[in-house]
Write a protein that binds this ligand. Structure first.
Ligand SMILES: Cc1cc2nc3c(=O)[nH]c(=O)nc-3n(C[C@H](O)[C@H](O)[C@H](O)COP(=O)(O)OP(=O)(O)OC[C@H]3O[C@@H](n4cnc5c(N)ncnc54)[C@H](O)[C@@H]3O)c2cc1C
Length: 398
């Protein structure tokens, strides 16, 4: 086993750290789902997207012809680690142009779609901001139960139905929509399609949906006879399920980032407890050590997946294993951090600029938002089901 990055990767790491020093506010700590919660953070995030695009880092994994850098798998690991450790915002271009809309269009999109949408994402333009419409009130973990329909009428699809939990829809220019183009299909996984929808379309209503601490991350979308040109169909009509599975696999490989942001919070806790003198208490040191062990385990598992990809081994249940482990790690980190910060962790996560807030409100934010983190991109239970079925060859959960 070789646990070292090469010279090229380490040079990139240094360059990213210099970028962070030059472009980010001092002592900045990134927080999940913060970018889309208010206009100020969103503006900062979009300004950073532009700078990341100029460096070539926004879409570094993409081929050069699509505005990427053709970065190696290990360069991407270094970038994901550093970006998450320092909390660089603006990498997703909404939910999520860079991670799955762009790569899916490269695989399934028409030439016209590739020419129109991919450069908007790669250059960090506001027109490259996407939201993703999969979930519905009665179709979450069981996504194939979706009912929103897109029925062909001449040269358009007419869309009716409702989506829910649509992150970033209040800033997005485009919607990556999964819907039912054949309501008569015999099986629920059949007759589904992916369609690009202009968020300015008449008949489409975006209603804010605040989370339980008042944060506006996601929305409900209502479609009333929304007409979308047939040329906005992505891939093959009715074959959306397999395309969706590919898009979801792009979404779930996030363990590198989760581990690095957990490492940053642990490092901050160590500095904090040294400052307050709490580090002298053995039970505090025990808690910090417990986190360090979990983070190290998470890092090794995340690196294993990358290694498997680079040597051509099939990756099946491993990203689900890592997402489930990451969910549990974040929960533990939120609890232990809040415990250590004590009464200061009882602040409203939105009030992190208050003088009573500690560490930029990172722990009250994590404590409350981790619940969403563990649900988004497939709940921890869903990941365990995948692990059981493909990792342990147990019978299907449903
Ligand atoms: C922060 C956040 C952002 C999101 N952003 C988006 C977005 O941009 N676009 C989008 O389309 N969706 C988004 N979602 C929605 C997300 O994908 C769904 O919430 C998720 O798929 C779960 O669906 P559900 O909420 O309907 O819960 P359900 O599927 O109803 O699950 C409820 C509970 O039952 C458990 N459960 C369900 N089925 C099983 C099973 N077979 N075995 C064991 N346990 C099971 C689940 O683990 C969960 O604990 C977001 C969610 C969050 C929290």
């Amino acid at each position: 086993m070789e646990f070292q990055f090469g010279e090229k990767e380490e040079r990139l790491r240094t360059e990213i750290r210099e970028f962070v020093k030059a472009e980010m506010p001092p002592h900045y700590i990134g927080k999940y789902f913060e970018e889309e919660t208010n206009d100020e953070d969103w503006a900062f995030s979009m300004a950073m997207s532009k700078k990341l695009a100029q460096k070539g880092w926004l879409t570094m994994s993409w081929p050069k012809e699509y505005g990427g850098m053709d970065a190696s798998r290990w360069e991407r690991v270094v970038f994901a680690e550093e970006a998450s450790y320092w909390g660089i915002p603006g990498l997703g271009m909404g939910i999520s142009g860079t991670a799955w809309v762009g790569p899916s269009l490269m695989l399934f999109g028409t030439e016209e779609q590739k020419k129109k949408y991919i450069p908007q994402i790669a250059t960090g333009e506001p027109d490259g901001v996407w939201c993703t419409g999969y979930s519905e009130p009665d179709a979450g973990s069981d996504m194939a139960a979706m009912q929103t329909s897109a029925i062909r009428d001449g040269d358009a699809y007419v869309i009716n139905g409702q989506k829910v939990w649509t992150s970033c829809a209040h800033y997005a220019r485009w919607l990556w929509l999964a819907c039912r183009t054949d309501p008569e299909a015999k099986k629920k996984h059949q007759g589904l399609s992916l369609i690009i929808v202009d968020m300015k379309s008449p008949g489409l209503t975006v209603r804010p949906l605040e989370n339980y601490v008042g944060g506006h991350v996601f929305n409900e979308l209502f479609f009333k006879d929304v007409r979308v040109p047939v040329k906005n169909l992505v891939g093959v009509e009715g074959k959306g399920w397999s395309q969706l599975m590919t898009a979801l696999s792009f979404e779930r490989g996030t363990a590198i980032g989760t581990t690095a942001s957990a490492q940053r919070l642990l490092d901050e806790l160590v500095i904090y407890t040294k400052g307050t003198g709490q580090i002298k208490q053995p039970e505090i040191r025990q808690k910090l050590a417990r986190l360090a062990i979990d983070i190290e385990a998470a890092r090794v598992m995340a690196h294993e997946v990358v290694w498997m990809e680079t040597v051509g081994k099939p990756v099946l249940h491993e990203p689900s294993r890592d997402k489930a482990f990451g969910d549990m790690l974040q929960e533990k980190l939120g609890r232990i951090g809040s415990d250590i910060i004590g009464v200061f962790s009882q602040m409203d996560p939105a009030a992190y600029k208050n003088r009573w807030s500690r560490l930029r409100g990172a722990f009250e934010h994590l404590y409350h938002y981790n619940i969403g983190f563990a649900i988004a991109a497939g709940t921890t239970d869903t990941q365990r089901n995948i692990m059981g079925q493909f990792g342990l060859q147990l019978p299907r959960a449903y």
